[in-house]
Design a protein around this ligand. Structure first.
Ligand code: SF4
Ligand code: SF4
Length: 296
């Protein structure tokens, strides 16, 4: 089994498009594929596949304090301890809880000497599964307005470990969150290789270099996406990758891709699908080769 995380230093590089193209290409080549949508703040695979039906497998719950106004003395202890400023004291009047800022650390619950705080719970996200033809997908999703992406990713990983036998699959593709925050660290532990999607721009290059610092040496492969818009930057990116001894493939800027994003055509119906498929097959071969033990 080959497992790969599709990541990018910044949003908008076409990361989910590459994850989906890789999964569909591998399926059409006869591989058994599991696609994991771990971009929990913006899980787009479901809408890219235009899937409406899914099986909810778990609600992700999170601690939230329930304040008893009658018992609260307005002493302010919990306010001073709260690491995320989710509790605000209006002197002599009221203790106010700001739901969207709460990290669920429970410090306020343990700190209150007057039993004025009880444990309550809030649904902050979901884990669900669906199928698109032969493609199986497991996805995490953060409830809009919540800020606990890491918690949803952790629950998604827990679900995969407890309920999915990944050894049944030839390829597990994980569409991870964009950026260089610690959100991707737990996902890195799950996979053999990381594919970094980089578009042709200097800011994308800078973000990619930051992302590379998180990835164990030798575990990164690059997809240069939207090549051909700016040949000067394309050349610069190629020379950086050569210097870093990182393998890469290139996907040209595809004029008909908006038909896919706009919901007019499926990915495999695009005129450019044959180009995408041919390039992605090269990536698939690199991934398979990288997963094989070196011959002695
Ligand atoms: S620590 Fe307890 S009593 Fe003091 S302000 Fe907080 S909830 Fe109220
Ligand atoms: S659980 Fe933690 S973050 Fe939330 S209100 Fe209490 S102290 Fe603040």
């Amino acid at each position: 089994m080959v497992s790969v995380l599709i990541s990018s230093g910044k949003g908008g590089t076409g990361k989910s498009f590459i994850a989906l193209s890789l999964a569909l290409t591998a399926l059409s080549s006869g591989y058994k594929v599991l696609l994991v949508d771990a971009d929990v703040g913006n899980p787009s695979i479901k809408s890219l596949l235009r899937v409406n039906r899914y099986d909810m497998v778990s609600e992700v719950k999170h601690f939230k304090p329930e304040i008893d106004d009658l018992k609260c003395t307005k002493c302010g202890v919990c306010v001073n301890l709260c690491p995320s400023h989710a509790l605000v004291l209006i002197p002599k009047k009221k203790l106010v809880f700001i739901d969207t800022l709460c990290e669920g650390c429970r410090l306020c619950l343990y700190a209150c000497r007057y039993n004025a705080i009880k444990a309550g719970y809030d649904v902050v996200g979901w884990v669900y599964r669906y199928r698109h033809r032969d493609l199986e997908v497991v996805s995490g999703e953060l409830r809009p307005g919540k800020k606990v992406e890491e918690l949803i990713i952790r629950k998604l990983i827990e679900y995969l470990r407890e309920h999915i036998d990944t050894s049944k699959y030839d390829l597990v593709v994980v569409d991870g969150p964009a950026g260089t925050s610690k959100k991707i660290l737990e996902l890195l532990d799950m996979v053999d290789t990381v594919v970094c999607v980089v578009e042709s721009s200097i800011t994308a290059l800078q973000d990619f270099i930051k992302l590379l610092k998180l990835i164990p040496k030798g575990n990164a492969i690059v997809v240069l996406n939207k090549v051909g818009i700016d040949s000067y930057t394309d050349e610069k990116l190629r020379s950086v990758l050569k210097n870093l001894s990182i393998e890469w493939i290139e996907i040209p800027f595809l004029e008909d891709l908006h038909l896919f994003y706009g919901g007019i055509k499926e990915l495999e119906e695009l005129n450019s699908w044959s180009i995408i498929r041919e390039r992605i097959k090269i990536l698939l071969n690199i991934l398979i080769k990288a997963s094989q033990p070196p011959s002695s």
